[in-house]
Every structure is written in structure tokens, then in C-alpha cells.
Design a protein around this ligand. Structure first.
Ligand SMILES: [Zn+2]
Length: 305
């Protein structure tokens, strides 16, 4: 787990958009510390800076911050969300000849950002996977980028059903909900094209990547199609919306039965060796976030009983 100071130094892309006094303070600290050897060498962190210049103020990008985790895992926090801050998160894990993306943001621009970011470490010959933690717009709208690149896309079968049966109307639904014209939706969300994933699972699944494994865990509660991805090598849990940071869990897609299931799943996740926890929304966290979310769900359950 990165210390707050390391995190601030690595997340250089975010600094440019912060208020002047914060930028000045960070600049002063950096001056005292000298050149940052990590961000100077890590290709994704270097690429993040150049992507900021290339994208400018694209309305569908948000304010992404790239975090290098242990092993070969990265998290991206703060991607565009139609409701604003703190945005939506995603992950990237590299194998020797593979790259696995976890979620793809709420816009084609977010998906493209993730792809171009990871490309900084890719040769072009890798096996590429995209795991969708569930079917909600903020986690799947960038999927066209990965489909076009030939990625193998993995989701829960319930998410697969939704993407196949309802995916075609989903962009218009979001535009309507947000009060956007078709033109506004196009400029923000891009050419959203949803399709049925290649691999659809109902039970926990092990994805082999070059001798290592990623564990795809079925973790219903927020929705029935919820998946979490665990990288044992780095001790990273990409939790999707099984976990929220900085806000209570979004419970409006279920009732008491689903929330009981949710708590049981979070208890199960506590058994993992966790070095970093990447929630679907909010800041990077630690295993303590599991207890926080469990507590919030239990309070809710107490109120309805
Ligand atoms: Zn979400």
C-alpha cells in the first residue's frame, strides 16, 4: 500500500487540476525531495502525463489519477462519472504476455484512456482481457474500445444478459436521466456500443495469466451480477461496487435479502491477503474498508428489521 506522500507524488496527473495553493505546496515538497525516481521510470505514470495533454478537458474523461500498486498492478481512480466527483475507478494487471483490465469507465474516452495508458507497457502481442465487475453504465460504457482491440471480455451471466438484451437502449436511458440532448450525450459518452461478453460466469473463476492467476469472485449484493477481482501476486482486490469509499454502499438495487448476501460476501473477502483495496468509487483503501462497508450495511439492516 502506498503511503499518502508516495500516492500524491505518483498521481501527478491530478495535480494540474487542483487549486493553485495545493499545486504550489506539492511543487515545494517535490523540490525538497528532488526528482521522483518512480514516476520518472514507470511507463504508465509517464504516459498518464502525456495523455493529459492529448485529451485536454474532454468532458467524458473526468480527472483520472494513476496509482502504481505492488507487483504489476495499477489502479486508476477518478474517471468520469455523470454525477461528478469522486468518479469511477478501474484497474490494470500485467502478466508476462497478458494484460487484464478491470472495468472500462463510463465513456468511450475513459476506455480509450485506459487502453492508451496500458499501451505504454504493451508490445501488441499480449492476450488482452477485460473483466466487467457488473453491467452498470459507469463500469461498461468504454467496452467498445476493448472489443475493437480483440480483448476477451468476461462478466457474470446476469450482466451478459443485460448487455445483450438492453445494452442498445442504455446510452439513451442515461442521457434522458441526465437531461442531455443526443448531441451532448455523444460528446460526453462517445460512440457507446455494448455487446455480449465472450466468457460469462455464474461461479468463482480463475483466470490464468502466464503462470500466475487472477481470481474472479462472484460477490452479489449491490447487484446480482457483481464480480470482484483478486490479484494474489500484488494482494490487490479490485472490488467493483461491492465496496464504496467516502460514501455509503449503493443499496437501491436490492432489499434486506440482498444486503444480507452482500455482508456475507464482504466477510468472505476479508479472508484474502489484502495489500490494497480498489473500490468501484472513491479513494484507494485497505482491508479496513471491508469492515466499514459491513458496518454500514448492518446498520441499514437493523433499521429495516
Ligand atoms: Zn458504479
Amino acid at each position: 500500500m502506498l503511503s499518502p506522500l508516495q500516492d500524491m507524488r505518483l498521481g501527478s496527473r491530478a495535480l494540474a487540476k487542483r487549486p493553485g495553493s495545493v499545486v504550489a505546496l506539492c511543487a515545494a515538497i517535490l523540490l525538497l525531495l528532488g526528482p521522483d525516481p518512480v514516476s520518472a521510470q514507470d511507463p504508465l505514470l509517464v504516459r498518464a502525463d502525456s495523455l493529459e495533454e492529448a485529451y485536454g478537458e474532454h468532458p467524458g474523461l473526468g480527472n483520472p489519477v494513476v496509482h502504481r500498486l505492488a507487483g504489476d498492478a495499477y489502479a486508476v481512480t477518478g474517471l468520469f462519472h455523470s454525477s461528478g466527483e469522486p468518479g469511477v475507478n478501474a484497474g490494470v494487471v500485467f502478466g508476462e504476455n497478458s494484460v487484464v483490465f478491470v472495468d472500462c469507465g463510463m465513456s468511450v474516452a475513459s476506455g480509450r484512456f485506459l487502453w492508451e495508458l496500458a499501451s505504454a507497457r504493451m508490445t501488441g502481442n499480449e492476450a488482452v482481457y477485460l473483466i466487467l465487475t457488473h453491467h452498470h453504465s459507469d463500469h461498461v460504457f468504454g467496452m467498445k474500445v476493448f472489443r475493437d482491440k480483440g480483448a476477451t471480455i468476461i462478466s457474470h451471466s446476469v450482466a451478459g444478459w443485460f448487455l445483450r438484451e438492453r445494452g442498445g437502449q442504455y446510452k439513451a436511458f442515461i442521457a434522458n436521466m441526465e437531461g442531455w440532448s443526443e448531441k451532448e450525450a455523444d460528446s460526453i459518452l462517445g460512440d457507446v456500443l455494448l455487446s455480449e461478453p465472450d466468457v460469462m460466469i455464474d461461479d468463482d473463476y480463475v483466470l490464468g495469466i502466464d503462470g500466475d492467476t487472477l481470481r474472479v469472485l462472484v460477490t452479489p449484493g449491490h447487484v446480482a451480477s457483481e464480480l470482484a477481482v483478486y490479484d494474489p501476486k500484488s494482494g490487490t482486490l479490485f472490488a467493483g461496487d461491492a465496496l464504496y469509499e467516502g460514501m455509503p454502499p449503493h443499496t437501491r438495487f436490492g432489499g434486506a435479502d440482498e444486503w444480507h448476501t452482500w455482508v456475507a460476501q464482504l466477510e468472505r473477502l476479508k479472508e484474502l491477503r489484502l495489500e490494497a483495496v480498489v473500490p468501484g468509487h472513491g479513494q484507494l483503501s485497505s482491508s479496513a474498508l471491508l469492515d466499514e462497508n459491513i458496518e454500514q450495511l448492518r446498520l441499514l439492516l437493523r433499521d429495516v428489521n
